[in-house]
Design a protein around this ligand. Structure first.
Ligand code: A2P
Length: 343
């Protein structure tokens, strides 16, 4: 098999570091790896397959001077907007983890278990969906194939790592401060908790990203629009996204209305057969997945599957996955694996 020249842009970030580990863990055929970040990190060293690799500064000049087959980007939306077209013009495939390109009609938005058929040799920018969208559509796709989904109502409980390394540092800092006060100071003074709009330690924040004109947040609208693009534009969907003081692993309470009756045991069977899904669902022995169970794991976990007794053809389910893995780095590397079959 051929080996590929792979770049990781945003390599020093929370997702970027996982991208490097995923390339290793999935044994992606890497011939040469280049690690890119801002000038702040140039010269730092990161480890790939036991070897130290120096981080280089991403710039138009770097792209012009170097040849890559593909680049996996997780450096933020504005960086992707600027650099993805420059890579594309050099026929480098870009798998982009930001939201910059996801809704572009010429850009495939891919969860490989669902729609890898959207990939094509001539589409050089490929979008990796939002973390909360990936795990939800991954778990809903097998139900949709069997009994078309009409409507989804979801509430998310999202880990701080979804907001990057600064967010992880902020939760650690706030928590340490409260613990060090001997819990006398549970509500921290001052209104400044960047990158969060409120204190995140021992709190839940019903705002992820900015508010839109319709009073939903941008994160909520990403889930709505991306689910339609990946799964089916006919699905009605409404979401509330909440940030919770969890380091890793997004949890989602999802109510799904199907076009016909699907029993809990049928739904469970469909999910058990689906690649990458693990059902942990036994209320009698108190078995269900939590964010801590998903931390570091590759699967999307599903539990609490139950009939919504208030409405026909509706099921509730609880979907949990590591937001940095299936929600980001793993899905991106799985896209790369599908891509090399067609390029
Ligand atoms: P750096 O470490 O040099 O700032 P996170 O989402 O965890 O905050 O990570 C963001 C990633 O994007 C980091 O690797 C960061 O690199 C990178 N990044 C930020 N700004 C730029 C830029 N202007 N050019 C290239 N990479 C960038």
């Amino acid at each position: 098999m051929r080996n590929y020249k792979v770049g990781v842009a945003g390599a020093t970030g929370a997702v970027g570091r996982e991208m490097i580990k995923m390339l290793e863990r999935l044994d992606f055929p890497v011939g040469e790896i280049r690690l890119l970040a801002s000038s702040r990190s140039a010269g730092k060293k990161l480890v790939f397959k036991g070897r130290e690799i120096e981080v280089e500064e991403l710039s138009p000049e770097w792209i012009a001077a170097n040849d890559l087959d593909m680049v996996i980007m997780s450096a933020g939306g504005s960086i992707s907007e600027k650099y993805a077209p420059i890579f594309r013009d050099k026929k480098v495939y870009v798998i982009d983890n930001s939201s910059a390109w996801r809704m572009d009609k010429d850009v495939p938005l891919v969860v490989p278990e669902i729609n890898s058929a959207a990939l094509s040799k001539d589409k050089h920018i490929i979008a990796n969906p939002n973390c909360s969208t990936i795990q939800m559509v991954h778990a809903l796709a097998p139900l949709h194939r069997k009994a078309l989904i009409k409507r989804i109502i979801a509430v998310t409980f999202q880990a701080v790592s979804g907001a990057g390394q600064k967010a992880i540092d902020e939760l650690e800092k706030e928590t340490a401060r409260i613990v060090e006060s001997g819990f006398t100071e549970k509500k921290l003074p001052g209104g400044d908790f960047p990158p969060f709009p409120r204190q995140i330690a021992f709190n839940c924040i019903p705002q992820i990203d900015v508010f839109m004109e319709n009073a939903f947040t941008k994160e909520e609208m990403k889930m709505v629009n991306e689910t339609k693009k990946i799964l089916d534009p006919r699905i009605d969907i409404s979401v509330t996204c909440v940030r919770v003081p969890v380091f890793r692993g997004h949890s989602e309470a999802v109510n799904v209305e199907l076009s016909e009756e699907l029993s809990v045991s049928e739904a469970r069977k469909l999910l058990e057969k689906e690649p990458g899904i693990k059902v942990i669902d036994d209320p009698a022995s108190l078995k269900y997945p939590t964010a801590l169970d998903a931390d570091g794991e590759l699967e999307t976990f599903v539990g609490r599957i139950r009939k919504d007794e208030s409405r026909a053809n509706c099921l509730w389910m609880w979907i949990v996955s590591d937001n940095l893995l299936k929600g980001a780095a793993l899905n991106a590397v799985q896209i790369a694996q599908k891509l090399i079959d067609i390029i």
